[in-house]
Design a protein around this ligand. Structure first.
Ligand code: CAO
Length: 426
């Protein structure tokens, strides 16, 4: 991609599942040449996971691996190892998210990688940083639980809850991408690569930063913006689950809208922002609350939040969520409709902006995906379909490693890039 911000950067994408692929997909969108290394015959496990069409790369895989090339290498085969060493010498970044110690077991320690290519940046995702859990394998929800998200999500008195947003996997991938770009920038000055490590627990905690804020506030007294304050329910030692209370200084709740009895998503998020308290009172038919000392100031309102939101909900229940949105926005009252995935998939505005787009795929046909949410004014991104397993093996051996036809034949016959019998039959 000529002129793209990361054009010329070669990334060895030795990642699987979601956290690593999210990171490398972002870098690919910005123009890096992302070479996905996959196990011959099987590839990234997500190619087969949650398959909706038998024998066809799953949406799990296609939606996380756009704009990449795929090479199959068995890194436990001697010739395969040599191919990976040659790629390491040619490339700028190696990204991996295998189990703790797996890269070392494959024979690719950080020390030996640095020796082979001192300019290379090694970027790793693991579940935990150094410490008692460092050897543990981790998936999304484990990270959400260990990073403080689950204990602070859900309803007070009920069990901890994970969220649908993939803050452990995709959240860590985002953090790692920033680490890689920062290390690339540093390399311009230092001439040397470095190691970039992101632990999923740390990334989740970073996204739950405001809850660690509240943990410290709790030591000084109750948290008045939490509903339980107004309900007179005492706080315990740790930050409680706060249902749909707003996490910031402006109280907010999810409220029912017209049709909620039939439609599970007929709700709106309503923020009773102090700056628009007067129009809120007028809209819900409580103009007296503007001057009533029990309601007129943010502090006075805190013990009455349940009553206030019950009254606001009596108004929202008379309107469908989009109509409520229009009427509230006319007064700059911050609010948002609860959108189902069906509504998002069909949303014309999101289609027009390229946030949701249709991609064609040779074996699956057209499918929907999410575009790059980071927009650079000088560098629009074209989203390209994910690669088939090993689709670019030959091409990468030729154009990245400069292999001759004879050399490629030797690699193929070694079994390093796939079963010899299959290669021979082609
Ligand atoms: N050629 C040969 N072997 C390969 C290979 C290749 N191209 N690619 C991978 N392998 C091997 C690895 O070397 C490893 O072998 P060993 O067990 O001998 O070390 C093996 O495949 C399995 O790797 P794994 O242990 O990482 O895979 P898993 O499915 O058991 O675990 C996961 C998956 C995600 C739990 C683990 O990789 C992990 O904890 N990763 C770090 C945290 C992370 O990124 N989690 C997010 C996942 S998204 O929810």
């Amino acid at each position: 991609m000529m002129g793209a911000p990361l054009a010329g950067v070669k990334i060895l994408d030795f990642t699987h599942v979601q956290s690593g692929p999210t990171c490398t997909q972002l870098l690919a969108w910005f123009g890096a040449d992302v070479i996905k290394i996959e196990r011959p015959g099987a590839g990234d496990a997500t190619r087969q996971q949650l398959q909706d069409i038998p024998g066809v790369d799953s949406l799990y895989f296609t939606m996380l691996n756009h704009n990449k090339r795929s090479i199959t290498i068995d890194v436990k085969n001697a010739a395969g190892k040599e191919v990976l060493w040659r790629l390491i010498r040619e490339c700028d970044v190696l990204v991996e998210n295998y189990a703790p110690g797996a890269l070392d077991r494959m024979g690719f320690s950080w020390e030996s990688i640095q020796e082979a290519n001192p300019r290379l940046i090694l970027a790793c995702v693991k579940g935990f940083g150094p410490g008692r859990f460092e050897d543990c394998k981790v998936y999304e929800n484990v990270a959400q639980c260990a990073g403080g998200a689950a204990s602070t999500t859900g309803w007070r008195g009920d069990m901890p809850m994970v969220t649908g947003a993939q803050i452990g996997d995709s959240g860590t991938g985002l953090h790692l991408a920033l680490g890689i770009v920062t290390a690339l920038y540093h390399r311009v000055q230092s001439g040397r690569g470095q190691r970039v490590d992101c632990a999923m627990q740390d990334s989740v905690l970073n996204l739950c930063r405001v809850k660690l804020r509240d943990q410290q506030r709790l030591a000084r007294g109750p948290l008045p913006e939490y509903s339980q304050f107004g309900e007179g329910v005492p706080f315990g030692e740790a930050v409680p689950r706060a249902g749909n209370d707003s996490g910031g200084g402006q109280p907010g709740r999810i409220l029912k809208c017209l049709g909620w009895e039939q439609d599970p998503d007929a709700y709106i998020y309503f923020i009773a922002q102090a700056a628009v308290w007067e129009p809120i009172c007028d809209i819900i038919g409580e103009p007296g609350w503007k001057s009533d000392p029990n309601y007129s100031t943010p502090r006075a309102r805190l013990p009455h939040l349940n009553e206030i939101f019950t009254r606001i909900e009596a108004w929202t229940m008379k309107h469908d969520k989009f109509e409520a949105m229009d009427r509230l926005n006319a007064h700059d009252i911050p609010c948002g409709p609860i959108l189902s995935m069906k509504e998002i998939a069909e949303d014309e505005t999101l289609r027009a902006s390229g946030t949701v787009l249709e991609i064609d795929h040779p074996t699956r046909g057209p499918y929907l995906t999410v575009g790059n949410p980071i927009r650079l004014s000088a560098n629009p991104v074209t989203i390209q379909r994910s690669p088939l397993l090993g689709e670019h093996t030959d091409e990468i051996l030729r154009d990245v490693l400069g292999c001759s036809t004879a050399e490629i034949d030797t690699i193929l016959w070694s079994g390093a890039v796939g079963p010899v019998a299959k290669v021979a039959a082609e």
